[in-house]
Design a protein. Sequence first.
Length: 347
Amino acid sequence: MKRANQQKGKKGAFVYALKILVLLCASLLICLTTYAVYLTKKAETAADKAYEEIEDREKSEKRETAVEPTQDNVSILFIGVDDSENRQEAGLGNPRSDALLLATLNQEARTVKLVSIPRDSFVYVPYLNYKDKITHAHAFGGTLATIETVEELFDIPVDYYVKMNFNAFIDVVDAVGGIDIEVPYDRLELDENDQRTIQLREGFHTLDGREALALARTRYLDSDIERGKRQQEILKAIAKKAANITSIGSYGAIIDAVGANMKTDMTFEEMKSFFAYLIGGIPQIDTLTLDGQNGSNPATGAYIWELDQQHLIETQNILKSHLGLIEDSSNLSGVNPSESASPSEIE
């Protein structure tokens, strides 16, 4: 009888423990679900805050109809700008674009082409109706002028833009826990307020947001082509870390980072549609650069990057093919940077 009571007691204790475990699991599930809903609402609020439609531009003029991200191949222009405290205090107008990268996304292949556009590229700027450095398009005409210039350069539609300032970049990198990347040199670099306070060390390192920004911005060590390649590698490193985030809190930090410091013409629903490219891991990202040579502006004598026209046509065809605008140009190999490019010391 005593033994039976002991067994009954053990069984009761087991059932009680099981109930506690189920209760804890249910509570955890409720908490996670609640937090997921919270993050979704938070992301939607941040997206609404970041949304900035360009007036009278429902779609690219190079499109007959507006694109649907879940069905169509699309292009996204990433614009990095310097709107630091120093610029604001000086009462300066639109900043120049500090970084320009154009991504084309192929829906069927789940691949991305990423081309870096040197900021000193000497191109036709429709807003100005003459040729100038592409970085000046944003200074004179803002986002729309930059988009129109890139469309003119590659003869393809720009479907969306994402514009981020330095603070957004720093906060995003910090939110994903830093990026793992090869630093090619030892150098004291400029911070987000143009103060030389960031010490970079040669070798493979995990960089925080401010260090990653300094690496992305440096111009005078080699060339704009090499600078563009570094920016591409940094973007890929960020994407890799973002796709492997394990901390739920990190998602909230990323949302906070972009909400206050990013502008885009993507709606929240359109943003969510791009998550399909992350299913199964980071998609294949092919990087392209624009070959050319150092030159000077005929009108002002200022330094410019003269694009190699044949090379530009090849790049145009690669992007058009990837967007499905022309027949496949896969026989065209990736675009290689000029081996003869020398440092640009002139703004």
